[in-house]
Design a binder for this molecule. Structure first.
Ligand code: MN3
Length: 227
């Protein structure tokens, strides 16, 4: 059985960019519902005991859309919480030059990310990923995620579902994305993911390691892009 991982900060830690109300609803209601449905559907499918990453891939392989949607959303949200921080910072380390190489500058990256997020029709996610072609921005629809994409390793994601921003920004997704990038994007998490994609350190896995260190990952290979 999967448990709802707690937020890695207080409900009001991301204010005013994201209100405590939004974060509470988003985490305590939406994310919890995905976890609960995943547990129910995984049990019915005879897939108890798999890691969340394996479950997402198995559900996709079987064409079990309901299980895929809930398990992928359970994973995506756990990853998304890590992609935000109240500790303002700028990209450093290897991340900074790689962003500059791929996009020209940090501002150009932000513009590309915001444009992809704004232009994405309806619900989904906008990602910064790395792979054999270097850093790229992609968007995925609904629950779809990077776990089922060969050779793609996620560094950062922003939730484009209306529940992520509607209470605070109403229909202004562009304003949400701009402030998200400028004020709360977690560059040090993205940098740790980038290092993990190169075999240095542990990449994100469900549940986040701070939540249950005892559930240590079994293999390191699964987290790396199949380049
Ligand atoms: Mn959401």
């Amino acid at each position: 059985m999967f448990e709802l991982p707690p937020l890695p900060y207080d409900d009001d830690a991301l204010e005013p960019t994201i209100s405590a109300d939004t974060l509470q609803f988003h985490h305590d209601k939406h994310h919890k519902a995905y976890i609960d449905k995943t547990n129910k559907l995984a049990g019915e499918a005879g897939l108890d005991g798999l890691a969340m990453e394996q479950l997402v891939r198995e559900a996709r392989k079987r064409g079990d859309t309901a299980l895929f949607n809930n398990a992928a959303q359970a994973w995506n949200h756990a990853f998304f919480w890590q992609c935000m921080t109240p500790d303002k910072a700028q990209p450093e380390g290897d991340l900074k030059p790689q962003i500059e190489q791929a996009f020209g500058s940090l501002d150009a990256f932000k513009a590309a990310f915001a444009k992809a997020g704004e232009g994405h029709f309806a619900s989904g996610w906008v990602w910064l990923v790395t792979g054999s072609e270097g850093l790229k921005v992609i968007s995925t629809h609904d629950a779809d995620d990077t776990l089922v994409r060969e050779g793609v390793f996620p560094l950062l994601v922003c939730d484009l579902w209306e529940h992520a921003y509607y209470l605070d920004y109403q229909n202004d997704r562009a304003a949400f994305l701009k402030r998200w990038l400028d004020e709360i994007a977690n560059w040090s998490f993205a940098e740790a993911q980038l290092a993990a994609s190169n075999g240095r350190g542990e990449g994100f896995r469900f549940p986040p390691q701070a939540f249950t260190a005892k559930d240590a990952p079994d293999t390191a290979d699964e987290r790396r892009p199949a380049s």
